[in-house]
Design a binder for this molecule. Structure first.
Ligand code: M6P
Ligand code: ZN
Length: 191
């Protein structure tokens, strides 16, 4: 794709979908996320019972250069594995100092964030909320609502995704449902 000419893309406010063939969808199913959830039995049961799609995201086929901005949408479906809400895998940027912006279009969720040093922050996201995730902060989007949670994102195209420690241990905090409400708890793998 020629990134040096202006272009317009149309992202649907409800579905987050973009009809342009320039925007490539990626899908993550329960089987792709099995080890990210604390309750492995619940994850295995969900996989056996049809392996639901947990989230999908769309980005452009742009060159991964420091002067290019990557953008698109993420759509996380409502649901839980055990008592943990559906969520993205989450990542640091390979270029750790690079930031990202998310703008909530639809639904209700939490952006969970942490630094390599162990600082933790999390913010509720509702339609109209834009969050600035500074460099050094790993980020994971969690759908705590009953409808799809859709966000638009922008980041430096060469930022890269570093899943290393997160794939092994997850984030320091989990978001689980207790008495019908989302509650932030300590991840026992980090105790
Ligand atoms: C957003 C962006 C993407 C990211 C995606 C899924 O769409 O931040 O860069 O890949 O969310 O998140 P993850 O890669 O953590 O599964
Ligand atoms: Zn990111």
């Amino acid at each position: 794709m020629n990134s040096d000419k202006p272009f317009v893309l149309d992202f649907d406010l409800l579905s987050g979908l973009c009809k342009s063939e320039r925007v490539k969808p990626k899908y993550r199913y329960a089987s792709d996320m099995r080890d990210q959830f604390l309750d492995k039995n619940a994850a295995d049961m969900a996989i056996k019972a049809g392996n639901p799609l947990l989230y999908e995201f769309y980005g452009l086929d742009l060159p991964e250069r420091d002067n290019v901005l990557q953008f698109g949408t993420t759509k996380i479906y409502p649901g839980k594995i055990g008592s943990e809400y559906y969520m993205t895998k989450g990542h640091f940027h390979t270029l750790l100092d690079t930031s990202e912006i998310y703008y909530c279009l639809r639904g209700h969720g939490i952006m969970m964030m942490e630094t390599p040093e162990g600082d933790v922050d999390y913010r509720e996201m509702l339609p109209g909320d834009a969050i600035y995730v500074p460099g050094r902060w790993a980020h994971r989007s969690i759908n705590t609502g009953a409808t799809p949670f859709v966000m638009f994102f922008v980041y430096r195209a060469d930022a890269g995704h570093d899943y290393g420690t997160i794939e092994e241990k997850g984030f320091r905090r989990l978001v689980v449902e207790k008495n019908g409400k989302p509650v932030v708890t300590q991840n026992p793998k980090w105790l």
